[in-house]
Every structure is written in C-alpha cells, then in structure tokens.
Design a protein. Structure first.
Length: 270
C-alpha cells in the first residue's frame, strides 16, 4: 500500500537527483575503419570532395594543346607569304643568264698613230665648254684655284728669234731668245693677282720644256712680277725664253696661279 505523494519531497528529490542522461553528450565517437563500412551516421564526418567531371578536363587539355598549334601554323603561313616574293626574285636573278663575253674572234682596234697635235692638257674643255687647245691668235679660257677666278688668255704673237735689248742679259753661247706676246682678260668675279711668267712653258720637238727667262727683248715689255687685273680688265705682256739655237719650238703652255692651277691651256706652234 503506497503513501500519497508529497509535493515537497518530490521537489527535494528532484533537486538532489543526478542530471538526466544527455543523448547528445559524449558517447561513442565515430572512427573510420573496416568496422564502419556504411560510413558515419547522418550529419557526421567531413563531406567527400566532388570529383571534377572528365569532360571539362578534356576541354582544358584540348585548348592547352590546340591554341599553340594554331598560332604556330599561322606564323608559318605568314612567313611563307612574306618570303615567297623575295625567293622568286632571287630565283629569277640567278636563273637569268650572264652577259655573254666578248668574242675573242673580234679584231682589236689598231692603236692610233702618234700625232704632233697639241695634247688636251688636264681636260679637253674648260668650264665654259671652250677647248683648252688653240693656235697662235686663239684664246683659251682658264679657271684659277680661287673660287670665281677665270681668265681668257690670248696668244697674240710668237717670236722664234727675238732680239735682246742692249741693257738685257744676253743669251749664253749656242742659245737664242724666243718670246710670246699674251693678252690676259679677267672674266671672273675676283681680282687676278699673279706673276704670269711663272705659269708659261715653251716645249720643243724633243719634248724639252723651257721656263721663262729674265732677259728683255725688243718685241715687247714683260709682265710685272706682281700683275693685278680687275674683273673685266685686260693686260698685255711678253714672256721670254732662252732655248738652243737649233731647237724647234712646237708648243706653248700656260696656267694660272704661277702654273699651279689645274687647267692648262696649250697652243700648237706649227
């Protein structure tokens, strides 16, 4: 026979009673292994990482391999397109036959016989297109070394046997005096200052050259040692030479700047 429950005692018993068992408290922990084939219960353990799909991996590999191949193929095509015209031009140049050599059977042109005509000097024609060769009475236009220097030289007279003046130095025994009379006209833009006799040379048939002589002759007055001619002006003077008695004079040459100018005029005397 039981006793009626006392509410006060029930409260005291509940206060001193042990706590109820916590179903979520520490208990048997899940351990992976051969005894747990079914895996952890729902809600336990780390999720399994997803496996990448095979199709995406294949696409990545195709792009990684295919794009470089396409780029290399395009570069090779461009190289062939650019190099093709150059290769064709080289092939055409190498394929063209060389000019055939001159036939050995053609007869060689005979050498021109030596002539007594005056040589052409350093150039066949002057700056104005005038020839640098002439004869007594003719004019040759010469350029000097200075820019704008130009002189028209006329050979007026040739004296093969000139008479020396009484107060002049006499020729040595076996020699005689020869002379030429020149007219110098300044055609340039600058003043011509020079000793004209320094640029005068007489040549005989044996190609022997004779410089001027300080002797004076009856046929004319010599040029001054420092002759000065303004543009447009002219001066006349005589140049004397001492030559052997039997010398045959064939050429007279003259150059500006005491003979150092590049152009040289020449007059044939026979």
């Amino acid at each position: 026979m039981g006793y009626p429950s006392d509410p006060h005692r029930q409260q005291e018993a509940a206060a001193f009673a042990p706590p109820p068992h916590d179903p979520y408290g520490p208990g048997h922990q899940y351990t992976a292994g051969p005894d747990h084939l079914a895996g952890p219960p729902y809600g336990y353990g780390p999720p399994t990482p997803p496996t990448p799909p095979r199709r995406r991996l294949a696409l990545v590999l195709a792009l990684a391999i295919g794009v470089p191949v396409v780029l290399l193929g395009g570069s090779a095509t461009a190289w062939f397109v650019l190099i093709e015209p150059v290769r064709d031009s080289i092939s055409s140049a190498s394929a063209s036959p060389a000019d055939p050599p001159a036939s050995a059977e053609q007869p060689a042109e005979p050498a021109a016989p030596p002539s007594d005509e005056p040589s052409e000097g350093t150039a066949s024609k002057g700056d104005d297109g005038d020839p640098l060769t002439s004869r007594p009475g003719g004019t040759v236009t010469l350029a000097g070394m200075e820019s704008g220097s130009k002189m028209a030289v006329t050979l007026n007279e040739v004296y093969h046997d000139a008479a020396p003046t009484a107060d002049s130095a006499q020729p040595r025994p076996g020699n005689r005096l020869a002379a030429v009379q020149l007219t110098l006209t300044n055609k340039g833009r600058v003043v011509y200052s020079d000793a004209p006799m320094n640029g005068a040379v007489m040549i005989d048939s044996g190609s022997q050259q004779y410089p001027f002589s300080i002797s004076r002759v009856e046929q004319g007055l010599p040029f001054h040692w420092m002759t000065s001619i303004k543009p447009g002006d002219s001066l006349k003077g005589t140049v004397v030479f001492e030559v052997p008695e039997d010398a045959e004079l064939v050429r007279f040459q003259f150059a500006l700047n005491s003979g150092y100018a590049q152009q040289r005029g020449e007059w044939a005397l026979r």
